[in-house]
Design a protein around this ligand. Structure first.
Ligand code: FES
Length: 622
């Protein structure tokens, strides 16, 4: 019996399943190991400055589910009672007593996860939603007793032609001292007819654009006057500890009394942390941020805005509200200028949200003169076909396999993740992020691995392993392809792709192919008629398109017709932040985009089953 087979047999009694988020690394670890030892066994880079002595406090983690051993005396010294009650523990002290999901905060990781924040160049327009002017007012006197805020709005009208009809309550409260402390000259920011901020003059006003993804968050700090991007930041969405996909998170929101609050405060907490970091790096102050735009899928949007999600989670999956929303940022708990608004882009349908609208805005597919397909690959993949003057979108439940989820050795893109795989002259060639020791496979590596196994006849088009192919081992009667043997991992179990992994990938790629095929059929279009294919999103940025074409995840077209555009949703959010006309365009896109519900299509199951074959799109695809 092989080493892994021995380990698998003993697993059920002697080991526990431990999952570390947000890195997405999971596996079975012997009972009695500390969480730090489990992390080390699974290749998770957890800080351990005192080498596990319980004295540095750097290995803090948060218990998301499961049971850990009682807190040790070291933990009582390093952590407050409140922290312990909140589930914060020292990984070097806590021993799992059941299967556990453990959240690692960014400060406890020694390496940074790769998050995609860069994207297309944003289109600039000179029509910002918030305008800031210098306002020198005449100090009041016994013969001029006009109110302080009225004095500001009167001067705004007189000097700049800006007609203000109302002022934010917090701005009214702050204005008297602001005028007196700044010698009666301030900057006044207006949004439409509302005075939303006053500040010292001179100072620039800033905007915040956010792509609130299910897995990752991208945030951008912009100068509102010039539209220039001053800083950008990527972070993992801490909501992951409540579930990897939106369906699980909505279930948490609906079944736990504090579920919706847990999710919204996790997202808002992350946004506030990002605001702090972005403004510190730019040497400025969150109070200078006078406008925010947030894009996200419909579930993220609803949870952030505190909208009900019960109707989103069951057929026919309708949003509470489709149109764009303007909410005072303080009502969301966002710590920027007290009078600032957060603008949420409109949704298209229950599973196609403002992030998709932002992607369409950034890529300008609505203005394409020839058929264009735009794909944003993620845990949920959105596809849009622009053809014959119409935009039609579909949502594909591709699941987390291409994010490393449900794959035995899968993980997210972080140091140690295998990101590209090839076989040359019988030798397995691996490209690992940061050239670190391999600890797992991220999405692009998983895709490459599957395409490579297919190309070398190690799996067939049905996804079945050739058990006699070199590199294939039979373990407990099931084949797997070994990428890094146990001997090269200091005795840890080998890394590889299993038959079960291949099945998961077939389902994920079939979901995407089915969506694309359905849209092509809906428009009576063959794949060859597509003038271009836009691949957006973090995963889409790093994938080898040749591999994606080979397994039939994307249409079988010449590579020059593809463009990988990075975080286009983030670019769309930036465009909407700095331009009223771009917001109007986003509204028009959302209203004009048709939605195809794949599951109700009569030949959905037939198309889905055919799409599980690992082969390029059929030549007449569509
Ligand atoms: Fe130092 Fe845990 S490693 S307290």
């Amino acid at each position: 019996m092989t080493e892994r087979a021995v380990s698998d047999t003993a697993n059920q009694q002697d080991t526990l399943h431990i999952e570390f988020e947000p890195v997405g690394r999971r596996g079975r670890c012997p009972r009695g190991m500390t969480l730090l030892q489990c992390a080390q066994q699974l290749g998770v880079s957890l800080s351990a400055v005192c080498n596990g002595n319980g004295t540095c406090g750097r290995c803090r983690v948060v218990l998301s589910s499961g049971t850990l051993s009682p807190a040790t005396s070291s933990e009582h010294l390093q952590l407050t009672d409140k922290q312990l009650t909140d589930g914060i523990r020292l990984a070097c002290q806590a021993i799992p007593e059941t299967d556990c999901i453990i959240h690692i905060p960014p400060e406890s990781l020694t390496t940074i996860q790769r998050t995609q924040v860069e994207g297309l160049q944003a289109i600039q327009r000179d029509d910002p939603p918030v305008v800031t002017h210098k306002v020198p007012v005449i100090a009041p006197s016994l013969s001029d007793v006009e109110g302080d805020v009225d004095r500001v709005t009167r001067t705004l009208a007189k000097l700049h032609g800006v007609a203000c009809e109302t002022a934010d309550l917090e701005v009214i409260r702050a204005t008297p001292s602001m005028l007196r402390e700044n010698d009666w000259t301030v900057s006044a920011s207006t949004r439409g007819k509302e005075l939303i901020a006053v500040g010292p003059w001179p100072s620039n006003t800033l905007g915040l654009a956010v792509d609130l993804g299910t897995t990752k968050i991208a945030a951008y700090l912009l100068d509102m006057a010039t539209g220039e991007t001053l800083g950008m930041l990527g972070a993992m969405n801490p909501q992951i500890r409540f579930g990897e996909d939106v369906v699980t998170r909505m279930a948490h929101a609906l079944t736990s009394p504090s579920g919706a609050e847990d999710l919204s405060s996790a997202a808002i907490g992350a946004l506030n942390d990002m605001v702090t970091q972005l403004t510190q790096e730019s040497g400025t102050d969150p109070a200078r941020i006078v406008e925010a735009v947030v894009v996200g899928n419909t579930a993220m949007h609803h949870l952030l805005a505190g909208l009900p999600v019960a109707q989103l989670s069951r057929a026919p999956y309708v949003p509470a509200f489709r149109e764009s929303m303007d909410i005072k940022a303080r009502e969301l708990g966002l710590h920027i200028a007290p009078g600032a608004y957060a603008h949420l882009l409109p949704n298209i349908a229950g599973f196609v949200g403002g992030d998709h609208v932002a992607m369409l805005l950034a890529t300008q597919v609505a203005n394409a003169t020839a058929p264009v397909l735009a794909i944003d690959i993620g845990t949920n993949t959105e596809v849009c076909l622009a053809a014959h003057g119409h935009l039609t979108s579909a949502s594909c439940a591709s699941g987390p396999a291409f994010e490393g989820g449900h794959i035995r050795d899968g993980m997210r893109a972080a140091p140690g993740a295998i990101e590209h795989i090839d076989i040359e002259d019988g030798k397995v060639l691996l490209q690992v992020i940061d050239d670190a020791e391999p600890v797992g496979l991220c999405g692009s590596g998983i895709l490459d691995g599957l395409a490579t196994l297919l190309r070398h006849g190690i799996v067939d088009r049905m996804g079945r392993f050739n058990k006699n192919a070199p590199g294939v081992q039979i373990i407990d009667g099931k084949p797997e392809f070994v990428l890094v043997p146990s001997e090269q991992r200091n005795g840890k179990p080998a890394l590889g792709l299993t038959q079960q992994d291949v099945r998961q990938l077939q389902l994920a790629k079939a979901a995407i192919e089915t969506g694309i095929q359905a849209l092509l059929a809906h428009a009576s279009l063959a794949q060859d008629e597509l003038s271009s294919v836009i691949v957006a999103g973090a995963f889409g940025t790093y994938i080898d398109l040749t591999s994606a074409i080979a397994i039939g995840m994307v249409p079988s077209l010449p590579l020059e017709r593809f463009s990988q555009v990075g975080n286009a949703a983030g670019t769309g959010a930036k465009m909407a932040l700095s331009s009223i006309s771009m917001r109007n365009e986003a509204r028009s896109i959302a209203r004009a985009t048709g939605y195809v519900e794949l599951a109700t299509s009569p030949d959905f199951m037939k198309r889905f089953v055919e799409s599980t074959y690992l082969e390029p799109f059929p030549q007449n695809g569509g």
